[in-house]
Write a protein that binds this ligand. Structure first.
Ligand code: 9MR
Length: 405
């Protein structure tokens, strides 16, 4: 478990005043009846004390998902040898912070150790290995997870089953058997099917509905469908399209959650792209909020500094609501506003830099008394600049906060 000293917390708060904020994403989501607003995280990042300070800010995050450390290759690197150190570090942090834990994941084609992916299997031996893994892992975390992503990404884009080792060796029955095994180990945890590109109608969303029906037809329990929502700025499905797709799942008697939301762009990041990203984040969060049975939204890490996107998509990035310097981007306000919250600034100066260029722009009020784009420019007790730099208007949000937009 990561412990921050009182001094380290004070230092982080003084260097990064944007972390000290009363109205946050989780607070707003819970006020609207959602269970949480959360984020993924990963073990290497937990050495970064400024990062952990914000990760632990329950005004913004009421839920954590381990991005990697509960996957098969980490937990069972050789057969029947289980290693929980990394997964436990994140579970312990969530518990210390009073945050829910979404547990991720049990059966996937990716991040498998070679003893699984390159093993010689029969239907019976692979089923036994799968059940042994699920039983051990779910039992270890029993009572600590809000939900488990039991099966992850089992579908091709056309809605047919992915030719994974699970499918080719066992057939589609591996899916309901995985769910039944998880339910036997922890009857109380929510059991989810989780996938991407199932957030809008089409063959893959139909395939996900068919997986829910398949599990139910076996008499096994499925509680939810996780919509990953790894999106691209300007290409996200509309709010109504997302809401209607969510309803397609909830009509089958399961809940839904947005489980891995991020919205990437082709770099460099521009004001126009950031504004579109704000709209796109807002639409997805609003779709969840409007859907009875959508329990919460998880972003796939909160800062561009630790996003998976640039490592996977060359030339793309800036996908998270905070930039790599931990400054909030317009997307943050888009999410907060969609959740019915209002931005309350407690800082006069923040720094925002472009991911792709070396230039750094100051977005706070300057010595000349002109507030830059995105900066605060008014509000009760505000003593900084009240005039915005050319091209931007000081826009009233509430009695405590106006911003140059
Ligand atoms: O965020 C994870 C990244 O660090 C790993 O390198 C990657 C390897 O597959 O997995 C990422 O998380 C994935 C998640 O587990 C399942 N949905 C897609 C996510 C992004 O690739």
């Amino acid at each position: 478990m990561v412990q921050l000293s009182r001094g380290a917390l004070a230092l982080a708060a003084s260097i990064l005043p944007q972390f000290v904020n009363g109205a946050g994403l989780n607070t707003a989501a819970v006020a609207k009846g959602q269970l949480y607003f959360g984020t993924a995280t990963d073990n290497p990042e937990l050495t970064d004390t400024s990062y952990v300070t914000q990760l632990s800010n329950t005004d913004d995050f009421g839920q954590l998902t381990p991005g990697n450390s509960q996957k098969w290759d980490t937990i069972e690197p050789s057969q029947n040898t289980f290693s929980y150190t990394k997964g436990d570090a994140i579970a312990n942090l969530a518990e210390a912070n009073g945050q829910k834990l979404r547990c991720h994941n049990l059966v996937w084609h990716s991040q498998l150790p070679s003893w699984v992916s390159s093993g010689t299997w029969t239907n019976a031996t692979l089923l036994a290995a799968m059940k042994n893994h699920i039983t051990n892992v779910v039992t270890h975390y029993k009572g600590r997870c809000y939900a488990w992503d039991v099966v992850n990404e089992a579908l091709n884009e056309d809605g047919s089953y992915r030719e994974s080792i699970w499918y080719t060796t066992i057939g589609p029955a591996y899916i309901p058997i995985a769910f039944a095994t998880a339910a036997a180990a922890d009857p109380d945890v929510k059991l989810y099917y989780n996938d991407y590109n199932i957030e809008y109608s089409g063959s893959k969303a139909t395939g996900a509905q068919n997986i829910v029906k398949l599990i139910q037809s076996y008499g096994a329990k499925i509680d939810g469908v996780g919509l990953q929502a790894h999106f691209i700025v300007g290409s996200t499905p509309s709010q109504s399209a997302q809401a209607s797709t969510m309803a397609g799942y909830t009509n089958l008697g399961v809940e839904v959650a947005i489980t891995e939301l991020d919205i990437r762009m082709t770099l460099p990041s521009t004001d126009a792209l950031l504004a579109q990203q704000k709209t796109d984040y807002s639409n997805t969060v609003a779709a969840c909020l409007a859907t009875k049975g959508c329990v919460g939204v998880t972003i796939w890490d909160w800062t561009d500094k630790y996003s998976w996107v640039p490592n996977t998509f060359s030339g793309q990035g800036a996908a998270c609501p905070w930039d790599e310097n931990y400054a909030k981007k317009p997307a943050y306000t888009g999410i907060l506003t969609a959740l019915g919250g209002t931005a309350i600034a407690t800082t006069t100066t923040t720094t925002r830099s472009s991911t792709s260029s070396t230039s750094t722009t100051t977005s706070g009020s300057t010595a000349t008394g002109v507030a830059q784009h995105w900066a605060q420019c008014g509000g009760s007790g505000w003593t900084g600049a009240t005039t915005c730099v050319s091209g931007y208007t000081c826009t009233y949000f509430n009695d405590y906060y106006s911003q140059c937009l």
